[in-house]
Design a protein around this ligand. Sequence first.
Ligand code: SF4
Length: 224
Amino acid sequence: MPRSYVREASRGLGRRRERIGPIIERLAAEHSDAEIALRFRSDLELLVSVMLSAQTTDVNVNKVTPALFEKYRRPEDYLAVPVEELERDIYATGFFRQKARAIRGTMQMLIADFDGEVPSRLEDLVKLRGVARKTANVVAAELGHAQGIVVDTHVRRLSQRLGLTRNEDPVKIERDLQRVVPRADWARFPHLLIWHGRRVCDARKPRCEDCVIEDLCPSSRLRG
Ligand code: SF4
């Protein structure tokens, strides 16, 4: 759908700040189980899971991590084996060489700079090797210190369809969302969009007829 149309249609539905409250409320009621799909039991496992989830699905990561986390319990454990062994252990998540190097670099920094603990501040997380802003945002939010809004492919698509942003660049989309989404909702908002995107607002075939925010969405196929 041309974004000029979304802009035009948004005018008849009220301003972004007026729509965002009901959008969040209704999505929260519809997807009360919306939460991170990765499985982890500690801050360290969370960080490693999110790093492994780049370029693959959470389901794929969850298949690998039970055995991985039994074997590697502390940052030191990831450094105690040859890198080839770690590569084999994470092979099924793809990009295993890059990910193994990033994980080992991050573990070295955790030990050297953070007493072996995972920091919760975004500015510290983004210093870790291979930890980009999206990864840092996911980790910080799960640790209860959301300092930004995670923008993945679902968040980008739905934010555009809902007329919450006109941008393509994830950093600019995040900035637009931060202006309109109440800070208290920064952690759960991406989960709501991700689950709504998976279940209803499909990339190719959005099911607008079954959508609880259809009357708030300028991109509804039922409109006009
Ligand atoms: S109305 Fe359609 S396009 Fe808009 S959010 Fe719902 S499913 Fe997506």
